[in-house]
Write a protein that binds this ligand. Structure first.
Ligand code: SF4
Length: 354
């Protein structure tokens, strides 16, 4: 389906959005929940499928509304079982999804934008620049139209784009994913990863119960700024201060509330982020905040000056944090051979491998 259809798209709407529509259409309020269930429980392909709407209403609504989702046009499977799916946004830009099987989980890594404008120096997506922010319908299509949808156990917003640079659509998509009138998934199984766009991070904490992963990479401003340009506007010290305040007030996102998990992500770059003094700075920065650290081995791509960290450096970093009582895991790199690994999603049509 394309963006040229002038009819409003019902897919991706939240319950409150649907309530506004039924009010405009002078329909009873309970219709909004009926429509939500058709959209997200029964996967209705069009308005005619909504058989408990009166027939004249269906005819009338077909003139002004539609149910439009995005279909993936390419898929490839890595030697390690990771799948990459490529989608055409309504506006024609390309975005990608990775599906990562592990022993006891199947994780869907979704994109929130086609491209990204944050410009992290170690990220291939950054080179594309921002093509477009995705609508909630385009974000949710990555789940709805996935052949293995019903086997997905976890969803992470760690694909292309900075989720909080598209906060309205991401928060709507999270609402659809986690509400009883939507897909009904547990918020504990959904993680939004962000460099920390401060006002939108507060919104995410206030308006959702999902897990939050902060792309930390380096604790000291002079070491983070050269690789994460948003540090200039939203310093990591301010981001961590917000999280520490929430911990002090026992507000979400803290594990003690049983409501959500907070993690800090560190991409391991040889000589750039992986030195023992940097591990100590991270330890000091996040000390006392209930959280965990994920160390992410960097996946190389041509034309950068970065090198992946040596295994021994990653293990030494992990050991230092563990000694301080910080739960620290090293993330396994998956899907490298098809460009589906962390930081390698770039919306390349030529990436098909099947
Ligand atoms: S790492 Fe994330 S926020 Fe940074 S440029 Fe890449 S996609 Fe954007």
């Amino acid at each position: 389906m394309t963006g040229s259809d002038p009819r409003a798209n019902l897919y991706g709407a939240t319950l409150s959005g649907l309530e506004r529509i039924v009010e405009i259409e002078a329909q009873p309020r309970y219709r909004a929940r009926q429509i939500a269930e058709w959209l997200y429980r029964h996967h209705a392909p069009d308005i005619d499928a909504m058989t408990n709407l009166p027939a004249p209403t269906r005819v009338d609504w077909n003139d002004r509304y539609r149910i439009a989702t995005v279909q993936h046009h390419q898929a490839g499977t890595s030697g390690d079982g990771t799948q990459k799916h490529v989608w055409d946004a309504f506006g024609g830009d390309v975005y990608e999804t990775a599906l990562i099987p592990e022993a006891s989980r199947l994780t869907l890594c979704v994109s929130s934008q086609a491209g990204c404008r944050i410009g992290c120096k170690f990220c291939l997506t950054a080179r594309k620049g921002l093509k477009q922010s995705l609508s909630a319908a385009e974000i949710l299509s990555q789940y709805r139209n996935l052949p293995d949808r019903d086997r997905v156990t976890h969803i992470v917003f760690m694909g292309m784009g900075e989720p909080l640079d598209n906060a309205d659509a991401v928060i709507d998509a999270v609402s659809v994913l986690t509400s009883d009138w939507g897909y009904g998934l547990s918020p504990r199984r959904i993680t939004v990863s962000t460099v920390g766009i401060l006002p939108e991070l507060e919104r995410l904490l206030d308006e959702t119960d999902v897990n939050v992963a902060i792309s930390l990479h380096a604790a000291r401003r002079e070491e983070r700024l050269p690789i994460v340009p948003s540090e200039n506007r939203y310093p990591i010290a301010d981001i961590v201060a917000l999280l520490r305040d929430r911990a002090r007030l026992a507000l979400p996102p803290f594990a003690a509330t049983g409501r959500r998990r907070l993690s800090f992500e560190i991409t391991m770059l040889d000589g750039i982020t992986d030195r023992p003094a940097q591990a100590a700075a991270v330890r000091d920065l996040i000390s006392g905040i209930p959280s965990r650290v994920n160390l992410i081995p960097w996946n190389p791509f041509p034309g950068t000056q970065f090198r992946p960290s040596e295994r021994t450096a990653i293990e030494a970093y992990q050991a230092l944090l563990k000694r301080a009582g910080i739960m620290t895991t090293v993330r396994e790199s998956r899907g490298q051979d098809i460009g589906a690994a962390c930081g390698l999603l770039a919306g390349r049509r030529e990436s098909r491998v099947d």
